[in-house]
Design a binder for this molecule. Sequence first.
Ligand SMILES: Cc1ncc(COP(=O)(O)O)c(C=O)c1O
Length: 358
Amino acid sequence: MEISTTPSTVTVDDARLAEILDNPGFGQHFTDHMFTVEWTPDAGWHDARIEPYGPLTLDPATAVLHYAQETFEGMKAYRHDDGSIWSFRPEENAARMVRSSHRLALPVLPVEDFVQAVDALVAIDQRWVPQGEGEKSLYLRPFMFASEAFLGVRPAQHVTFMVIASPAGAYFKGGVKPISLWLTEEYTRAGRGGMGAAKTGGNYASSLVAQQEATRHGCDQVVFLDGQEGRYVEELGGMNMYFVHADGRIVTPQTGTILEGITRASIIELAGKLGHQVEERKISIDEWRDGVTSGDITEIFACGTAAVITPVGELKWDGGSVPTPEGGGNLWRQIRQQLVDVQFGRTEDTFGWMHQIV
Ligand SMILES: Cc1ncc(COP(=O)(O)O)c(C=O)c1O
């Protein structure tokens, strides 16, 4: 892919950048540039460019605003101690976007073009990648949307793919605390034949009211059950789940209607290497309750790009609860440390997961 570059003439100055990187928060500050490439049926992907970061001008009839035909990704760039900058399994994000785009009737952006676009943006805005201490990173948001101005319900004939970037601070501030979960019995996020496995805005829009319910009940996050029987654990609003058993087995909900998390997939490989048997299967809410009550489930954790891994505490629903597992295990901590060490280049990358950008 040929990428043209128009450098920004109004970049954030060094003093302000240092202030932002000191306490970046999440998704609040954006780098000096953005990447864009357009697609039409006749020309394919064309006009790839890096330009100064700034607002888009959209026709009010732009299809994505009406029918939500869009997909996105979430990934990070990590600075290693020698100053080099790396991403974690970027081709997996690219491949997931291909799968999501297929479900949303969007065109396929080739994996190598996706990786090239992300690399080009990180390279030009490399001063925005924080030093690695405190697990700071540069969060990357590739996204694709129906940019044709047309109100008919059909796949758009003009599509735009963009990448923007935003520095991200540590997920755990002031120490690790298990997250509390609200089990929503009213809302589901996916159904058979639906788009639960796709990373598309509509799934997140539909999760918001359930998250509000969780907050109202004093819980940190919401957990969704399957849409068909309302019995099987699917995932959280933005993380996959793992259950650790007393005999060392670890169990995670099977794919199909959940997002195929790249952290989830990496944990399967890492845990296997650590000697744990990993089962991908259905897990009922009864199995969760009985396992914690009997002591057979010793740890529960959630995983995703943002937090890497976070322990799960109490589960609550209307009229009931399951307490925090009391197994006292710390497999979550061990796996988390190994993943973070690979991402920040502090241990050997035996899986070949890291991709050097700068
Ligand atoms: C619904 C949902 N499930 C799971 C995940 C975890 O996926 P990953 O490990 O690729 O970040 C995410 C994170 O983006 C998510 O939004």
